[in-house]
Design a protein around this ligand. Structure first.
Ligand SMILES: NC(=O)C1=CN([C@@H]2O[C@H](COP(=O)(O)OP(=O)(O)OC[C@H]3O[C@@H](n4cnc5c(N)ncnc54)[C@H](OP(=O)(O)O)[C@@H]3O)[C@@H](O)[C@H]2O)C=CC1
Ligand SMILES: O=C(O)[C@@H]1CCC=N1
Length: 264
């Protein structure tokens, strides 16, 4: 039986996607096969998700949709290795911030390739994924990939030239938001709030702020202004963040991820 989806690698991102897919029910665990480098990883994936697992990449590559979930520097080894095992009509999906659609199609010897740039909140069904199909993908092919991607969050099409921007503003972004939440919680702890409670407050404030941006239709600056009571407390924090160069630091951090992606 051919699996619906095969993962080459099941680390942080691969497992997040698998969790999102299995939790949503868009695939049964038995529809999924994953390979990895070590027995410990595949044993953990089987135990956590009930999926089929293997140390043989070519076995995971004989699926209807094959997801490359190894690190970019592994592509030069792994893609030629699995090429002979890929079904003729496979849809090859890459989630790395490297290797173009053209490189993937030529090196794997397949026609249909989709680049995704997901993020780890896929694990809780709140992913934000960039989608870049090549011209060989039919609408049916794209719809099959979207059925999976949209099972673990939201997705939007972007041109391939913007995939590093999509990686910066969504793929890498959770790490930056975690740092912000951690720092906010440290401040609450400074004031005496128990740390676990501080994380809950900061994290829920982040969730609520994100929903305000998504659902209010208002500009983030206008939303910020609505929090800053004249002569109040928030504006003191805004002043401090502006004096400390937060906006510039955030822009530079995301541009650093773009620079690294373009060097891979
Ligand atoms: N982490 C994230 O938030 C995001 C990651 N990505 C992309 O996802 C891809 C994977 O990243 P990430 O999950 O973080 O990395 P991890 O290091 O967490 O996972 C890499 C996986 O690849 C496996 N692996 C290593 N060598 C081989 C091999 N020769 N054959 C088969 N499997 C192998 C590892 O196996 P083992 O565990 O046994 O060593 C592991 O399961 C990268 O391209 C990354 O850029 C994209 C968006 C977000
Ligand atoms: O850090 C990385 O390379 C991967 C790609 C985007 C998020 N994590």
């Amino acid at each position: 039986m051919m699996h619906k989806i095969g993962f080459i690698g099941c680390g942080n991102m691969g497992r997040a996607i698998i969790k999102g897919i299995v939790t949503s029910g868009v695939c049964e665990p038995g529809d999924i096969i994953a390979s990895a480098h070590t027995q410990a990883t595949i044993d953990a994936a089987h135990e956590q998700f009930g999926i089929d697992v293997t140390l043989d990449n070519t076995q995971a590559a004989s699926a209807e949709i094959v997801v490359l979930a190894v690190k970019p520097y592994m592509f030069d080894e792994v893609v030629p290795q699995i090429a002979p095992a890929l079904p003729e009509d496979v849809i090859l999906v890459s989630i790395a911030p490297a290797k173009t659609l053209a490189w993937l199609s030529e090196t794997a010897g397949v026609a249909k390739v989709v680049r995704l740039m997901p993020n780890t909140p896929a694990a809780v069904g709140e992913g934000m994924t960039s989608v870049v199909p090549n011209d060989a993908c039919t609408q049916e092919d794209v719809d099959r990939v979207l059925a999976i991607v949209n099972s673990f969050g939201k997705s939007e099409f972007i041109p391939e030239k913007l995939i590093d921007a999509g990686s910066a503003v969504a793929g890498c972004a959770p790490a930056f938001f975690y740092m912000f939440i951690e720092a906010m919680a440290d401040a609450a702890v400074l004031e005496g709030m128990p740390r676990a409670q501080a994380y809950r407050f900061a994290a829920q404030a982040a969730v609520g702020s994100g929903k305000m941006v998504l659902e209010s239709g208002q500009h983030p600056g206008a939303l910020k202004d609505a929090v800053c009571s004249p002569g109040g407390t928030t504006i003191e924090g805004v002043r401090t963040l502006e004096e400390m160069g937060m906006r510039g630091a955030v822009i530079d951090a995301l541009m650093a991820t773009v620079d690294k992606a373009q060097s891979l």
